[in-house]
Design a protein around this ligand. Sequence first.
Ligand code: FE2
Length: 534
Amino acid sequence: MSEQTLSNLNIGLEKIIDKIMKYAEVKQIVVSKEALQTLESTNYIDIINYADEQGIFVINKEFVEEYLENNPDAKLQQHKEEVHSLPTEILKSIRIPAADEEADLIIPDEGYNQGFEEYKCDISDFNDFFTTKYKELKKILLQHRNISPVSSKALKFMKESESVCLIGMVNDKRNSKKGNCIIELEDLDGEFKIIITQNGKLKDFDKQIVKDDVIAINGKYLGNSIVIAEEIDYPTMTNTTMKKSKRNLNLLITSDIHLGSKLFYEDMFKEFIDWLNCRNVSSLEREEINKIKYIILNGDCVDGIGVYPQQLSELNIIDINEQYELLGNYLSMIPEHIEILMLPGNHDAVRLADPQPVIPKQFAKKLHEMKNVHMIGSPSRAKIEGLEVLMYHGNSMNTLQFQLKIDPTKAELAMEHYLRRRTLSPVYGERHITAPDKNGLMIIKEEPDIFITGHIHSNAYKYVNGCLTVNPGCWQAQTVYQREQGHVPTPGQVPIIQLDKGSYFEKNFRKEGDKIWLLSYHLVMKKQKFILKN
Ligand SMILES: [Fe+2]
């Protein structure tokens, strides 16, 4: 027999086995390896149907042999495995759109700098960093606003009360004795001040301005490089409706697995892996699972080593390589037709400073070698089914929440502020470490259709202009550190985005979750967009 013929035969055999497995799965019956070998030369549909009628959950070799003894024709008959001969409802159940369709995924090379080789390690690095931020955000402001800003240098040639527009980066903010807010800004040519009065339409606007914000100001010139602000604009978003994909496929998002931690919900995570393999699921769920073509793992997939002082006592795997190895084992159980995008977070084996490069291969060899796993940096962008997806673990979120005095459990509020400022690093320093990146990787240059963060460990959803913002929660119980930060985790609640509808639903793996899933599912069918939490 030629090699070609042998290979064709093997492919044919694999197809039959695949069909037997799929059909048995539909009937929720397990087929043993030995029984599979016998079934492949029989009319397996009748045999599996018979097992189903008899209430048998496992088909072993003895069962098949006994059946064939009583029904010798089954062995002699031609296969009835042609898919078109299956009943319609079964045909629908075994179709896996995500496996049938090629991925439509583009991940641009962000040009991450892995080390310090690009830096001079002096003040000029930071100068370049702030200059890039200013220039990029000014570019966005000029695209979106009908404004004609002047340089701060031009102020000295202006008359009092003359109208003026400037774009500046906030240096400092303080209150005057009269209760007005004085903000010091600078542009590429110098410094200027603006005054926000408490009796105009900008009353309380100063509360949302933070250090390093880049804003456009329209106002009246007072002299002495001071402007009374009449209007203030952020770069912000201009899209009003979310883009939808042409194909009916799903994007699943999860984050902060913290594998290796004693607080990792291992059983719940195993259930999640089973669920992705359609084990013990309803036909409604199966239909949605079979449409999952992409998974985003948004950082902190492992708990890491030496991330905080008392971490060692909270770990059950104290070797970083082992943590990634185990993660690789879990990911290899996910159907291969699903493309997995994996980012680093503050617990990963990579520098803490944003932007965080890809987790190096030396720690996560298995993950780097998996065909369907794409190791990317944080932040990263990807075009998924034609939609612009922005992914960022969220290391700067604590600083932003603290500066703006917003609820630390509500990631959606922080995400809205990121989009408004069009940067993932609004404030330099404070509780957040930023590398003086000159490429502007933290700037949101393209308007995203989907924006994902993690880090906060609690689920959040919000439509902001034409963008769906999502924080997918975690797989870890509350740590002491999180309690101190005021973070309340929502473990095991997995968001799934229906890309052709722009809607989402949650699969809840917590014990009381099934009820929520079904309710959620019906709502999504009815309203096409919803969320149910707790
Ligand atoms: Fe985390």
